[in-house]
Design a protein around this ligand. Sequence first.
Ligand code: ZN
Length: 312
Amino acid sequence: MVAVAVLGAVAAAVAFSGRTDQAQTSGADGPGAGVLPTASAKPATSTTAAPTSTEAASDPTATLATVPQASRPSPPVTIARGPSDADLLGEDVSSGDLRVPARPPNQGQYKALSSFAGKSGGFNPCRTTHYVVHAAGGPPNGLSLVQEAVRKLEAATGLRFSYDGTTEAIPASSPRSGRISDLKNVYEPVVIGWATHDQTDLFNNDNADTVGVAVPEVIIFDSGDRLFVSGAVVLLAGADLTPGFGAGATVGNVLLHELGHLVGLDHVDDTKELMQPTLSEDARDGYGPGDRRGLWNMGASRGCASTWIRLR
Ligand SMILES: [Zn+2]
């Protein structure tokens, strides 16, 4: 038996605001992320990330100096595990078949999600992560934008993703809080798509201008190691974003930013990075140099999780 906690552990949001006179407050009493005030007088996108598990919040390495934090009262659950560690990890890519991207130059800033600081948090590069898309509510080319964003994420990380089709399911916090009898069930597809603020709980703790939130779903093992197994990414239906890739407030940039959170990146202050907390109309086109270093470190460069995850 091994004790693990399965948590939707981090909500990381991106907000877009065309107004500068709006009062924005931190939401610290529920699931989700705090909200930073918009930092620019021009139309801007403010983004936040905050740990939402009490365990993470009590970890000194999880402290965010500049971001209001929220705690989700989601106690670890203890479950009985079945067969073998290999069965649990379910690796379907051998280490020899890992596609490690070229190592980016040592430039720019990146930061691991504070609640998962350390080498051992992240998706398993040796297990294909499946995803489904809720395209309704998005732009007409929304599905292809998601697929292209995931391809860019794969290229930067070496992680494997597989598109499993569209879904009627709306991206939301995992309902799987509590006892889980079969750990294999945690490997459900990541849900990526569009919703209104009323349709999903993922926006609950963010201001009205939030246009994207990402929540990785994480197993926390006895050892404290964290394995990302699934998650959700939601973009705001009807948001005033350019429906393509490119600089500024584009759907592509919001997708890439949220996918960065999904695989374990936190915000940085450097405005030359896509993971900056405030994205203006001047935001770069896609991932920056520090983003790419972070993504590289979150991916295939780590090797199979069976080499870095301690289950107990
Ligand atoms: Zn963000």
